[in-house]
Each structure stands twice: as structure tokens, then as C-alpha cells.
Design a protein around this ligand. Structure first.
Ligand code: NCD
Length: 316
């Protein structure tokens, strides 16, 4: 155990994936590896995690909850505004302030960009961003990168393609930000012209010396890809339903691509999927998205262990 790195995690907020250094992330991955090979220990007994999910979620919330339970801690919270005082008009910051007095860590998801940062300003205890509008979803990016690290090793030699809704998907922003720390060989941004990556995000990624290129057709680059990251069209984030209608069938990745892709291409998807990722791919060796989702528990367990200061108990 490297106690100086461990101490950097203790009590910290996780708002953006850019809050971490490469060394921090590699350390987190080692602890994740440890949990996967050795199982969990109840190092967070007596600790309480609050989940404040103002937006729908399946995997993120449940994997945080499973992680906390595996570590011996307990969970309070809510998974929608219904049934809480938010439905009565309680302000976001009042809800956070209250949870802060009940729990040791707060995991928050909200439709507004900047909500996690605001929560962190109000709360004394650490806040983990589980998705703030179309901005970021840092623990998803950690999990995505962990999947690549685990299955393919060194990221620096890889060509990575992102396909789908690059405009509204927060997972895309966080994934690209983490790639600025790990620097793959090249990134292809594959999207319909109406779903292109936001200019500010693209400029930032390029300013960190990551080679990116936009293409509108996957066939132009398919044979070069080592990793294909597919995203869902974020229907709920379109300000104009007509804009959504124009792109709703813009792309669909099917088993057809396996005829022309690299033999060891891996396909990731944060899930949930709708029609963009065909089930015909599920039984191919390229599909790793369910494995990716399964890594959510050990990765989030490692993060909670470090933030709540339980790491010494893991190795003793
Ligand atoms: C993602 C999200 O909520 O941003 N889901 C997840 O956490 N696995 C992606 C999505 O909803 O498309």
C-alpha cells in the first residue's frame, strides 16, 4: 500500500475525472484488481453512504450500493424525486445539507450540469458525481478505462473510436477527459453531423495532445480500431424533439461489423442500450459491455474504500 497516494483520496470529492492524476488512477485500478482476485473485506463497517439520485439509474446506483454492502457499510437515499420532500419543493441544497448530516459520503446524480459541484460546496462530507446533466460522469469513465486496462493493457498503443451521441452524452466527455490522462494513439469521433462532439470539449482534448479526428461513417475507420465505444442517443437531453427525430435512427452497430474489424476489437457501451447496439453482437468475442458493467462494483468499492479511509484494513 502506498500511503501517500492513499491519503490523497481520503475525504476528497469526485466531481470530474480530471480531479485525478495518472498515478491516482493506476493506484485505484490496483485496488480494484485486488478486490476482483481476493474478494471484499468489511473495511467500511459503520459507514453510511447516501445516494441522492434525482435522475433514473440502474447500474450506477446499484453498483454503488452493492459495493458499499460488500464492504460492510450501509446505504440510505432515494432513486427518484417522487416520495421525497423534493416533490414538495425542497431545494436541492437543503436536501444535500440534510443528507450530509446523516451520511459519511454522498453520491449524487442530477439533470443539471454543475449540480455535483454545488453539492460538494454545501456538504462537509465527500460528494461523488454520478452524472450531472450532460457534463460528466467520472466513475463511469474510471470503469470504462479500467475495462480497457484489464482487457487490453497499455492504452497508449490503442486506436479508440467513439460512436453515437457525442453531443449530449456525459459519458463521452468524461471518457475523453480520462483519455487525455492516458493518451491513446488516436481517437476517432464517429457521429452524425448533428451529434458532433461539443467544440469546447474537442478543443480541450486536443490541447492535451490527444490526436482526434472526426468521421461521419464508421466504415472509414473500422479496420483500424482496437476499441469501439458505443453510446445511446440521449433523447431526454434534446432541447427540441424535432432535433431528436432527425437523428434517432442515425446509427446502429450490428454483428455485420465483425466481418471487417480487427480480430481483437473490444466493444464497450455504458448501457442502457436502446437500438444503437444490436443484440446480434452479444455473443461475439468483441462484446465486453456486460463485463464492463460488472467491473462497476469492484471499481466503486475501491473508490469508496479510499475516500472513506478504509484501505489499511484491506491489506492487513
Ligand atoms: C449513462 C449515463 O447515465 O450517463 N448510463 C450509466 O450510468 N451507465 C449512459 C446513458 O444513460 O446512456
Amino acid at each position: 500500500m502506498n500511503s501517500s497516494i492513499a491519503s490523497r483520496f481520503k475525504g476528497r470529492d469526485v466531481i470530474s475525472v480530471l480531479d485525478f492524476s495518472k498515478e491516482d488512477i493506476e493506484y485505484l485500478f490496483k485496488l480494484t484488481d485486488h478486490y476482483l482476485s481476493n474478494g471484499y473485506k468489511e473495511v467500511l463497517r459503520g459507514k453510511v453512504m447516501a445516494v441522492a439520485f434525482f435522475e433514473p439509474s440502474t447500474r450506477t446506483r446499484l453498483s454503488f450500493e452493492a459495493a458499499m454492502s460488500r464492504l460492510g457499510g450501509s446505504v440510505i437515499g432515494f432513486s427518484s424525486e417522487e416520495g421525497t420532500s423534493v416533490a414538495k419543493g425542497e431545494k436541492f441544497i437543503d436536501t444535500i445539507r440534510m443528507l450530509d448530516s446523516y451520511a459519511d459520503v454522498i453520491v449524487v446524480r442530477h439533470r443539471y450540469e454543475g449540480s455535483a459541484k454545488l453539492a460538494a460546496e454545501v456538504a462537509e462530507h465527500p460528494v461523488i458525481n454520478a452524472g450531472d446533466g450532460r457534463n460528466e460522469h467520472p466513475t463511469q469513465a474510471l470503469l470504462d478505462l479500467y475495462t480497457i486496462y484489464r482487457l487490453r493493457g497499455d492504452v497508449s498503443s490503442l486506436v479508440i473510436g467513439l460512436i453515437g451521441d457525442l453531443k449530449y452524452a456525459r459519458v463521452v466527455n468524461s471518457f475523453l477527459y480520462i483519455l487525455t490522462i492516458f493518451k491513446p494513439k488516436k481517437v476517432y469521433l464517429i457521429s452524425h453531423p448533428l451529434l458532433r462532439l461539443r467544440e469546447d470539449v474537442r478543443r480541450f482534448v486536443e490541447s492535451r495532445n490527444v490526436k482526434v479526428e472526426e468521421v461521419f461513417d464508421i466504415n472509414e475507420v473500422l479496420s483500424e480500431l482496437d476499441v469501439l465505444y458505443v453510446t445511446r442517443i440521449q433523447k431526454e437531453r434534446f432541447p427540441d424533439p424535432l432535433e431528436y427525430e432527425k437523428v434517432k435512427n442515425a446509427y446502429r452497430v450490428t454483428a455485420e461489423i465483425t466481418k471487417r474489424c480487427k480480430d481483437d476489437l473490444i466493444i464497450l457501451h455504458p448501457l442502457p442500450r436502446v437500438d444503437e447496439l444490436d443484440r446480434s453482437l452479444d455473443n461475439t468475442k468483441h462484446a465486453v459491455y456486460f463485463k464492463q458493467a460488472s467491473f462497476g462494483v469492484p471499481l466503486r468499492a475501491a473508490l469508496l474504500t479510499l475516500i472513506l479511509g478504509g484501505v489499511e484494513g484491506v491489506y492487513t
